[in-house]
Design a protein around this ligand. Structure first.
Ligand code: NAI
Ligand code: MG
Length: 352
């Protein structure tokens, strides 16, 4: 029986539509010989959509999105300095709202070194790790407030929320992933020497779950030390588990050391599958190069591969990854002269 995979596609702003067009091209190629029917529904959301309609993300759109099997997302956001859009509006009212509403509690960001991709590090070694970043708690939940704003006595709080339930489910996910990887190692990154309350909840949770996974080793790094090791010896990492804020920062660094923003893919996962998971390149809408066919679609294409893995088509995901790897190895000969769509064509053609 042919399965239907029903996807919502949100191209968004700037280079979003350009890179998503290529991801869709490759998705179609990778699934053409599988026993599946791909159904794609496009949603217009983002800064341009807000300017045109006033909608950030309505409850109606949210309900429609919920019915899909997964979401492929480009990027949203206006150019910095665009005064027509209140700063942070789209990030908070659209992107964060989506991640919270869909309970995307695992933000998964793989980092890998590819042959042919220069690293800013002189001697990075072989990078192959994943960051499992908590996606629904921490300091990003909007738990704070301000008093006496604009006066010398202004008070501002931004309180990090960490629940036993929230920490446990993401730590468990990290151990499960580590158990399936060759090196089977989890590194908790936090700052439990000063953030003692949240830090000790994370530490105790890791210890409790580690006991269930005797085949997986685990260690711990403070966030500041983790940034040192990520630049001096990124090859030491296998699976990193960390909170929302530390994960946000560490994954940008991870992207930088392992080949740059054009390659960094991510998944916002609801592993209980009570709502669709969402897959997106880590980069933003890149207004500086938008509309010029200069964007590298690889991060969006690798995000599409993660999507296929999540919806139960791991073989198709592997075929995309292999095609990306081959294309990246061939890149020096093109020296950056290909358009976004030519890169997409080449990767699609390379999918076996
Ligand atoms: P950005 O990631 O859009 O761009 C940073 C730099 O990287 C730019 O020079 C850009 O040209 C380059 N770049 C990004 N993606 C690229 C690609 N695929 N190929 C080649 N070069 C690429 O970050 P920026 O400039 O800070 O933000 C621009 C807008 O994107 C803002 O409105 C921001 O809020 C939004 N944004 C949205 C995200 C999302 O939708 N998840 C994530 C990050 C930023
Ligand atoms: Mg970030």
């Amino acid at each position: 029986m042919t399965n239907t995979i029903d996807l919502a596609v949100i191209p968004g702003d700037g280079i979003g539509p350009e890179v998503i067009a290529e991801a869709v091209k490759v998705l179609k190629k990778a699934t053409q010989n599988e026993d599946v029917r791909l159904v794609l529904s496009e949603y217009r959301l983002g800064a341009e959509h807000w300017l045109a309609t006033g909608e950030t993300l309505s409850d109606g759109t949210l309900a429609e999105l919920r019915r899909h099997d997964a979401i492929l997302f480009g990027a949203v956001g206006a150019a910095p300095g665009d005064t027509r859009i209140p700063s942070g509006l789209i990030e908070r009212e659209m992107l964060l709202k989506l991640r919270f509403a869909m309970d995307h509690y695992v933000n998964l960001r793989p980092s890998k070194s590819y042959a042919g991709v220069p690293s800013p590090l002189a001697d990075p070694g072989t990078i192959d790790f994943i960051v499992v970043r908590e996606g629904t708690e921490g300091p990003y939940v909007g738990n704070g407030g301000a008093l006496r704003v604009g006066t010398p006595h202004e008070i501002a709080t931004e309180v990090s929320v960490n629940t036993a339930h929230g920490v446990e489910r993401v730590v468990r996910d990290a151990f499960r992933r580590a158990a399936d990887r060759p090196r089977r190692k989890v590194t908790l990154v936090h700052k439990h020497n000063v953030l003692v309350h949240a830090g000790h909840l994370w530490r105790r949770t890791v210890e409790a779950i580690a006991a269930e996974y005797p085949q997986v080793s685990h260690d711990y790094l403070h966030i500041d030390a983790a940034t040192i090791f990520m630049t001096t010896d990124p090859a030491r990492f296998d699976v990193i588990v960390t909170d929302n804020l530390f994960g946000d920062i560490l994954t940008d660094l991870a992207g930088a050391v392992s080949g740059g923003i054009g390659l960094a893919a991510s998944g916002n996962l609801n592993m209980d599958r009570t709502a669709p998971s969402m897959f997106e390149p880590v980069h933003g809408s890149a207004p500086d190069i938008a509309g010029q066919q200069k964007a590298d679609p690889t991060a969006a294409i690798l995000s599409a591969a993660m999507l296929l893995e999540h919806v139960g088509l791991p073989a198709a995901a592997r075929r995309i990854e292999a095609a990306v790897e081959a294309d990246i190895a061939a890149r020096p000969q093109f020296s950056g002269t290909r358009t976004t769509s030519q890169v997409g064509d080449a990767i699609a053609a390379g999918v076996s």
